[in-house]
Design a protein around this ligand. Structure first.
Ligand code: ADP
Ligand code: ADP
Length: 229
């Protein structure tokens, strides 16, 4: 489960300014598709349409063949996970931040998710452990640590569909590589849409879609796109 399809999607936030002009692609269940393109190309708009923050003006967005307009907001939120560029943590405990989205999860599950996201030992080393307050009024975490908390949250939530929206682009290159490894782990077996600026960060995607001026300019594997120049 978790097949995503954009079928001839047209979308504009404002009249007379088309952002997507007939975009069609499919992400088979469990596969990874990368959306690449310059800033302002409409990449994040694709994730907003999948969450149905906005409705398309023409065409359709479908999950497992069902139009998202026929899916409840609760169901959409349960089936889609998101790791954004800059995770903003709640002014609450680390445990709360990891549990968010799966509030019934046991302490053991929280620890397991933190372990897989490779932040467990760091949290356990804090004087208050998982009860440490984070966010604006709490402990300041680095960009990489915040991304790991977001990854632990996503591991715990375990959604069939995952959106990685420039999830490593705010990090230095060493941290970026470490976080990329953790993201590869979460996306395995999940339908994944990777939103990225540069082709070089999405080498392993099953398909790469290059978005320009609201249309798909190119598509193919990383190797094929490199060959095409
Ligand atoms: P990308 O993720 O590729 O950088 P976005 O999908 O965020 O691009 O945005 C595509 C275009 O839509 C940009 O020109 C942006 O300014 C515009 N845009 C984004 N959000 C809104 C909004 N809420 N209202 C009006 N225009 C918007
Ligand atoms: P959050 O502020 O953490 O996104 P919400 O209550 O708004 O919390 O959302 C619950 C779930 O819905 C999140 O775990 C996330 O998967 C998804 N979600 C919510 N807002 C967004 C957003 N702006 N972009 C992408 N995913 C979102």
């Amino acid at each position: 489960a978790g097949r995503v399809e954009f079928r001839d999607v047209h979308f504009a936030y404002e009249q007379n300014r088309s952002i997507l002009k007939g975009v069609s692609f499919e992400v088979p269940a469990g596969k990874t598709v990368a959306i690449v393109g310059p800033s302002g190309a409409g990449k994040s708009t694709i994730s907003r349409l999948l969450f149905r923050f906005y409705d398309v003006q023409k065409g359709a967005v479908l999950i497992d063949g069902q139009d998202v307009r026929d899916v409840t907001q609760e169901s959409l939120r349960a089936s889609i996970g998101m790791v954004p560029q800059d995770t903003v943590l709640f002014n609450d405990t680390v445990a709360y931040n990891i549990r968010y989205g799966r509030i019934d999860a046991s302490d053991e599950d929280v620890r397991r998710a933190a372990g897989l996201a490779q932040i467990g030992p760091f949290i356990e080393g804090l004087p208050d452990g998982y009860r440490t307050m984070v966010g604006e009024r709490g402990l300041k975490l680095s960009g990489g640590e915040k991304q790991r908390v977001a990854i632990a949250r996503t591991i715990l939530k375990s959604p069939p569909i995952l959106i990685l929206d420039e999830a490593t682009s705010a990090l230095d290159s060493h941290t970026e590589q470490e976080i990329q490894a953790a993201l590869d782990l979460v996306s395995r077996g999940r339908t994944t849409i990777v939103i990225a600026h540069r082709l070089s960060t999405v080498i392993s995607a099953d398909e790469i879609i290059v978005l320009k001026d609201g249309s798909i300019a190119e598509r193919g594997t990383h190797a094929a796109l490199l060959k095409a120049g």
